[in-house]
Design a protein. Sequence first.
Length: 261
Amino acid sequence: MDRLKKLGGSVPYTYFMTNEMSMMQGILEEIRSTLAAIKTSIDQPAINSPTVISVAHDLLYQRVPRHWQNLAGSISPNPTNTLTWIGDIVQRCSHLERALQGRERVPCLWISIFSSPEGLLGTIMHEAVQTYDGAANNFEVFNFQTEITNRDKDHIRESPHEGMFVYGISLYGASWERTINENIILQYQMQDVAPKSKFTQLPVIHVTAGPSQTDRTHCLYQCPVYSTRAMDDKPLFFLDIFNENVHYSKWALRGLCCCMR
């Protein structure tokens, strides 16, 4: 918590990181306590807690304990096996630890690890409204504006002047392939894929917020971004995907969408 106080930056971002760190700390403490209880029961076989019994039973059959998955909630990794699940949690903790260095030191955030990605998006919106110098009556029509960059997360060295760089979003229904144009410049382009193909990981996305734009081209598809593949909630935001000479209705009819998990 002391490092959060020194984090600086906007109040919404600090508040958001405080909530995320508190939730992750609670998950780690519960995992530690249940494992300690199981270890103690080896010498003194007397487990009275149904929760500890349930965790021990799942671990015995090499399953990710259901109790841990429920604690993690929406940020729970894919429960393939226990070692992979724990390893994924460790990676998420490491990213949160680096994020405490400040947005200048960690200019690109792994958005899918957060328990509340809506909170991060709300931070972007709040900062945009605070710094906006236009008419006050435009506040109610602010929308997210996105740009899919040509860079991977390891190539980002500085944070943007507006908004945030995020990664960890997957595209379903098309592929996002690397191409080299006539000027030998590396870029990405959306292409068709065979039915039932797997997802494609998108490069870094620049997310900002501002007044709604009405001059949208017919080649610009607003791809819905969901928190999970189940798509049982409303989209968190819409990702602007431009594909030259291709009408947006093609991707709409295909059901093109993005997911964080």
